[in-house]
Ligand binder design. Structure first.
Ligand SMILES: Cc1ncc(COP(=O)(O)O)c(C=O)c1O
Length: 479
């Protein structure tokens, strides 16, 4: 059972026509070719689950085909479980129930590349020693508070100022990593039954946190090549007036897309008009690999947005330090709400991060060098070994969102597991599945792990059934 949010967004005939692209090129009967192309858009998340399709009458007029062609295509989609007919709502996109791929209970002996993670930067142990030397000054009070130590809040504020966004220390709440920040914001801003706009594909633990707070998710498509589907995003905001929209504007996880500055302005304006709080998860923002001199500033430099940051990628996930940047009234609400879940962030880790933020540009340069080598090795290896795959080379972040050319991601990751490699299949990043034609491959790991992963993928790909014969032969024509 999917948690369909019926009627959240509607795709117009004109927009669908643009997405359908060259569907007529197929040699199949018209209605089957049309159904197949729409099915592909559903499987890839370009038409997110819950999207309402145009009426048959409207679509046939737009496409210049007979009403029977469209009606038969919709019927074929209903039969295959990709469309639901909902009384009063017309034809709504859904995904057929699929067998989920269980996570193994133990990862011992397996190479686990399901996380986009990095080893600690050089110099953490030394910074921890220096921080321990300063700890004496903090031992006289309770040692915990819900907002963070002034020295770290000021260092984080200074980092925003250097990135072109005026910020004072009292706008910062230090959290236990970015995930905690997402969950805390969800708890404060979302009430049961509220809508929350999210990206598809997107960050699955954010989906969990928002759902945990009672949100019904309204997915909006993001792709490697075209970034955010702005028309759908605007429509989702207008139609649902959600209290929150959760976006990753920089090196979006998993596609690697970055939202251009002008689009940030338009999105924030549209959100403000609906009273929607945009939560900009900027966990990846500082993880540029290539030159970022023209990179956009933090989202909140372009309008009203709440920012989430973390040193989980830049320094080390093991420190568990993240933060929220917000206006003072929201900071106060967050601090009041926090004690229901935790009472504060450990002092020593905060002092370690404050030490390293002082030398952050050098740290980031070293990170970029590591990621550049990893990216180039993974991208080259995948392109050489799998010429039929689409392997993007992102300008930042820790992963590449690989197009497999066939809807076999779950099959591939299961086969990879048998070869000792754990990878996150594409559907993990969808709100209700989809993305079976994609797999996320991290490039943040050591060369030896990368080489082992490439070999495992080779064996897995050679071993799986169905690559040569995808479920629907028609689908093969259009992918
Ligand atoms: C987009 C995004 N947000 C949040 C997180 C969680 O970060 P943290 O380790 O700081 O909790 C991650 C980690 O992968 C992420 O990719």
């Amino acid at each position: 059972m999917t948690n369909l949010d019926h009627g959240a967004t509607t795709v117009s005939s004109r927009a669908l026509n643009a997405l359908l692209d060259s569907w007529r090129a197929s040699s199949a009967p018209g209605y089957l070719a049309l159904a197949d192309r729409i099915r592909l858009l559903v499987l890839d998340g370009r038409l997110p689950v819950g999207t309402r399709l145009p009426s048959e009458r409207d679509l046939c007029a737009h496409l210049g085909v007979s009403r029977t062609t469209v009606a038969s295509a919709y019927a074929a989609l209903r039969d295959s479980g990709h469309v639901d007919s909902v009384r009063g709502s017309g034809s709504v996109v859904r995904l057929p129930a699929r067998a989920s791929v269980p996570r193994p209970t133990t990862t011992e002996g397996l190479l686990d590349l399901t996380k986009a993670a990095l080893p600690a930067v050089d110099g953490i142990a030394e910074a921890a020693q220096r921080a321990a030397g300063r700890l004496g000054a903090y031992l006289d009070d309770s040692g915990y508070d819900p907002v963070g130590r002034p020295v770290l809040r000021e260092a984080i504020a200074e980092r925003y100022r250097r990135r072109g966004l005026a910020t004072s220390a009292d706008q910062i709440v230090v959290t236990l990593g970015a995930q905690h920040a997402i969950a805390l914001l969800a708890r404060v801003l979302v009430s049961r039954g509220d809508r929350a706009v999210v990206e598809a594909p997107g960050y699955p633990h954010a989906f969990e946190a928002l759902r945990g707070a009672g949100a019904r998710l309204v997915p909006v498509s993001v792709t490697v090549d075209d970034g955010w589907d702005e028309a759908s995003l605007m429509q989702a905001l207008r139609r649902t007036s959600p209290p929150v929209a959760y976006l990753m504007p920089d090196f979006h996880n998993p596609t690697g897309a970055t939202m251009p500055a002008e689009q940030r302005v338009r999105v924030l304006e549209a959100a403000a008009a609906e009273g929607t709080v945009v939560i900009a998860d900027e966990t990846m923002a500082e993880m540029a690999i290539d030159d970022r001199r023209d990179a956009p500033r933090p989202m909140a430099a372009y309008g009203r947005a709440v920012s989430i940051g973390s040193v989980g990628k830049s320094l080390w996930g093991g420190l568990r330090i993240g933060w929220i940047r917000a206006e003072r009234p929201l900071v106060d609400r967050l601090v009041r709400a926090r004690s229901a879940g935790d009472l504060g962030t450990p002092v020593l880790e905060q002092l370690v991060v404050a030490e390293l933020l002082g030398d952050f540009d050098r740290v980031l340069e070293a990170r970029a060098g590591h990621l550049r080598r990893g990216r180039d090795r993974v991208v080259r290896g995948l392109r050489e070994q799998f010429p039929s795959w689409q392997v993007p080379s992102p300008a930042g972040g820790l992963t590449t969102w690989v197009g497999l050319g066939a809807p076999v991601s779950s099959q591939l990751t299961l086969a990879a597991r048998r070869e000792g490699l754990l990878l996150a299949a594409g559907p993990v990043f969808g709100v209700d599945g989809a993305f079976e034609r994609f797999v996320r491959v991290p490039f943040s790991y050591a060369d030896s792990d990368t080489d082992r992963a490439l070999a495992a993928l080779r064996a897995a790909w050679d071993g799986i059934d169905g690559v040569q014969a995808p479920a629907s032969p028609l689908l093969a024509e259009v992918v």
